[in-house]
Design a protein around this ligand. Structure first.
Ligand code: MF3
Ligand code: CO
Length: 243
C-alpha cells in the first residue's frame, strides 16, 4: 500500500503544480490520467459507481466529486483535487485544496484550518486509541475556528477496495468507536465549509455543493497504523508527505 500511496502523492503533486489562472479543470484530469497509465496504475475513481473521470475537481462552493470541465480556473478561486489509484492489488487515496493566485483571507484560513484539522486527527492515532478520538479532534479544531464539518461524507478504511470499513466521520465523541490497531489502513478526509454544514447534490448527480454556497475545502491522506503511531502513505518519498 505504500507503493499506491506514493504514486497518488507523486501524481497529485504534479497536478497541483499545474494549477494557475487560465488552466481548465479537464487539463488537470487528463494529466492525472496520463501519469497513472504511464506508471501502469488504474485511476481508482473512473467508473466507480459510474463516476466518469479520473480526478475530482471541486471549485469554491463545490465540496467534493466535482466534474472536470472546460471551466478555466480564475485568480481568487480555491480548488480541491481528489485522486486515487489502484496499483498491484491495492488502493491509495488523497486530496488537497489549493488557492489559485491571490485569494481572500477567509479562503486562506479555511484551507489552513482544514489541513490542520486532518493533521490533528492523525496525531490521535496510535494503538489503544479509538476511532472517535480522530473524529473528535477534527471536529474540535474546525468548530474552534468557527467553520463547519460536512456530515454527509466521511473517511473510510482502504485496501483491496477503495472504500472499506470502518466509516470515519469528521465529528464525534472521544473514547467511542472501534479500537485502533497496528496494520489498519485508513483514509482520513475532513471536508470543511466556511458557512453551514449542509450540502446538496447538483443535477449531474455527483457534484456536492454547500447549501449556502459558502466556500469548502478538503484534505485527505491514506495512513497506516503502526505500533507507535501512524505512517502517512500518501507521501512523495520517505518522510515527504504531499502536504
Ligand atoms: N476520496 C473520495 C472518496 O474516498 C473520492 C471518491 S470519488 C468517486 O470517497 F468517484 F470515486 F466516488
Ligand atoms: Co477517500
Amino acid at each position: 500500500m505504500s507503493a499506491s500511496g506514493r504514486l497518488v502523492a507523486e501524481i497529485l503533486s504534479e497536478v497541483r503544480d499545474r494549477i494557475k489562472p487560465g488552466v481548465t479543470t479537464q487539463e488537470l484530469d487528463l494529466l492525472a490520467s496520463r501519469l497513472s497509465l504511464k506508471k501502469k496504475a488504474r485511476p481508482a475513481f473512473k467508473g466507480y459507481k459510474g463516476y466518469p473521470f479520473s480526478l475530482c475537481v471541486s471549485v469554491n462552493e463545490e465540496v467534493v466529486h466535482g466534474f472536470p470541465s472546460k471551466r478555466r480556473l480564475m485568480d481568487g478561486d480555491i480548488v480541491s483535487l481528489d485522486f486515487g489509484v489502484y496499483l498491484d492489488g491495492y488502493y491509495g487515496d488523497a486530496a488537497l485544496t489549493q488557492a489559485v493566485g491571490r485569494v481572500t483571507s477567509q479562503a486562506e484560513r479555511l484551507i489552513q484550518v482544514t489541513k490542520e484539522a486532518l493533521l490533528k486527527g492523525l496525531e490521535q492515532i496510535r494503538a489503544g486509541r479509538r476511532l472517535g478520538d480522530i473524529s473528535c479532534a477534527v471536529q474540535q479544531h474546525v468548530e474552534g475556528n468557527r467553520f463547519s464539518v460536512v456530515r454527509q461524507f466521511v473517511g473510510h478504511g482502504i485496501g483491496k477496495a477503495l472504500h472499506e470499513d470502518p466509516q470515519i466521520p469528521n465529528f464525534g465523541e472521544a473514547g467511542r468507536g472501534i479500537l485502533l490497531k497496528p496494520g489498519m489502513v485508513l483514509a482520513i478526509e475532513p471536508m470543511v465549509n466556511a458557512g453551514g454544514s449542509e450540502v446538496e447534490i447538483k443535477a449531474d448527480g455527483w457534484t456536492a455543493v454547500t447549501k449556502d454556497r459558502s466556500l469548502s475545502a478538503h484534505f485527505e491522506h491514506t495512513i497506516a497504523i503502526t505500533e507507535n503511531g501512524c505512517r502517512i502513505l500518501t507521501q512523495v518519498c520517505h518522510g515527504m508527505p504531499l502536504f
